[in-house]
Ligand binder design. Structure first.
Ligand code: DQQ
Length: 487
């Protein structure tokens, strides 16, 4: 990781090399001997004030983000005993502006038979008369994954400090009858109400290697029945961790009520992938596959692993941050899901630095001067004016993440890579490359956007994952703009 006191921001277009894909998945092994309450976060150059981060210890998935009485609530998977995954509870913070957060005591922690071995991910639903309810996965005494309900003890407390668990827990559980795999049955979504007034929720699961969203229905939010068919499944996709399912509207950027259906409304089903489709007679009909690969987490936030190996994490006293919260909506065509950092984050823009336009030639690296902060919100636009030589997109290149790692930041192409080297050290031994490549597709140009961490740190144990997506823009008609939030 580049020394945050002396980093550079560079524009680049490049030459030769090789990358690789490293899929990060949460490990569910408890390292008791590595836990302690002694961790300290003093003198931590790599802690961020930009992204949400607890004062210390391990954090993973964001859970149940919601607004209640004008306050934002964020819960998250947290180990109160150390900087490695284990003893998971729902930690809790509130905010009035999505920027400044107040930590509270953990909201949900093991107390019942149905969660005695951990309180894993889940979601919040706002029930009629503004009553929040949380469905979460409990690990029971037999180490089975089951679904539990918790509701606020005192609805007039805007901070919702105390939560009470349903005496009916577990509400959904693997049984001999339902053939659900008890170690692959977790992470309930926000529930929604169908036209028949019944609540629906999906739970991530798999059968063999077929990942799926098991659908449950309920009249009262307490008694749940499994539907005959999952809401959706995909062969070869493995366990669907932290799925999400919610309506989005064409054009409306303020969000829509979670049970909304009808004209101008599409539905998004997210796990590692995002599917956009229509709800027709209660069934999810796939419209289009948007090949965006996500990290586990909710629809607004996403967990950024930011862990190394246990020794380093214990030494630094923390692991895990949350991505910047984002707004999601559909573009005018209704086909492309658009996500953008929430506007509130723009309040943090101070000390503006403008850089004049520059011409990028093949193999060049230009330093953007004048930025001395360790935190930056960078807007940049690339105008392409030579399309005579462009690499042809092989029809078999359908996985953008794979393509980004095979054609990393140092692999020369005809039109790209070009983009930013952020947090670059003097001499460019370390940097994180965020870049574009343009290919000639069958009847249009195809733009690939990549974030390549393979050189983010010289240290072998840091996360080296490469992320990628095809972006639906026509480079003939518009500039390619890139927003990078750096800290
Ligand atoms: N993390 C939770 C699980 C979830 C996984 C456990 C995804 O509920 O499937 O901390 O990161």
């Amino acid at each position: 990781m580049a020394n945050s006191c002396a980093w550079l921001l560079c524009l680049f277009s490049v030459l030769l090399g090789h990358g690789f894909v490293l899929q990060l998945e949460a490990s569910h092994h408890v390292y008791r001997h590595l836990e302690s309450d002694q961790s300290t976060t003093a003198n931590q150059p790599y802690r961020t004030a930009y992204h949400f981060q607890p004062p210390k210890n391990w954090m993973n998935d964001p859970n149940g983000p919601m607004i209640h009485k004008g306050l934002y609530h964020l819960f998250y998977q947290y180990n109160p005993y150390g900087a490695v995954w284990g003893h998971i509870v729902w930690a809790h913070s509130t905010s009035t502006d999505l920027i400044n957060w107040t930590p509270h005591d953990p909201a949900i922690y093991p107390t019942q038979e149905s969660d005695i071995n951990g309180c894993w991910s889940g979601s919040a639903t706002i029930l009629p008369r503004s009553k929040p309810a949380i469905l979460y996965t409990g690990i029971n005494r037999q180490n089975q994954q089951v679904q539990n309900l918790a509701v606020p003890k005192n609805l007039s407390d805007p901070y919702l400090i105390e939560w009470v668990k349903s005496p009916n827990n577990a509400l959904m559980a693997p049984t001999a009858m339902n053939k659900i795999n008890s170690s692959s049955f977790r992470d309930p979504t926000t529930a929604w109400q169908g036209p028949d007034g019944r609540w629906r929720v999906i739970i991530g699961s798999k059968r063999d290697d077929r990942g799926m969203a098991i659908l449950y229905r309920s009249k009262d939010f307490v008694h749940w029945l499994e539907a005959k068919h999952p809401l959706h499944s995909a062969n070869g996709s493995g366990m669907w961790e932290c799925p999400d399912f919610y309506p989005v509207s064409v054009g409306i950027q303020n969000g829509v009520e979670t049970s909304m259906v009808g004209l101008g409304i599409k539905h998004v089903l997210k796990w590692k992938m995002i599917l956009v489709g229509d709800m027709i007679m209660g069934s999810f009909m796939l419209q289009r596959l948007s090949l965006i690969v996500l990290r586990p987490g909710g629809s607004l936030w996403g967990w950024i692993n930011e862990s190394t190996n246990a020794t380093i994490d214990i030494m630094k006293g923390w692991a895990g941050i949350q991505g910047i919260p984002k707004s999601l909506w559909l573009d005018k065509s209704g086909k492309q899901l658009v996500q953008w950092p929430v506007v509130e984050i723009e309040k943090l823009r101070v000390n503006q630095v403008d850089s004049p336009s520059k011409v990028l030639n093949g193999g060049s690296v230009l330093e953007v001067s004048g930025i001395t902060a360790t935190q930056a919100d960078v807007d940049i636009a690339f105008e392409i004016n030579e399309f005579d030589k462009v690499d042809v997109l092989d029809p078999s290149w359908t996985n953008p993440q794979l393509l980004c790692s095979q054609k990393g930041a140092s692999v020369k192409g005809e039109l790209g890579p070009f983009g930013l080297l952020v947090l670059a050290s003097n001499g460019l031994q370390e940097y994180t490359a965020v870049f574009f490549r343009i290919f000639k597709g069958q009847d249009k140009y195809v733009v690939l956007m990549c974030s390549d961490q393979s050189r983010s740190s010289l240290h072998l144990d840091y996360d080296k994952t490469t992320y990628g997506a095809f972006v639906d823009v026509d480079p003939l008609q518009e500039k390619l703009s890139l927003r990078s939030l750096v800290s």
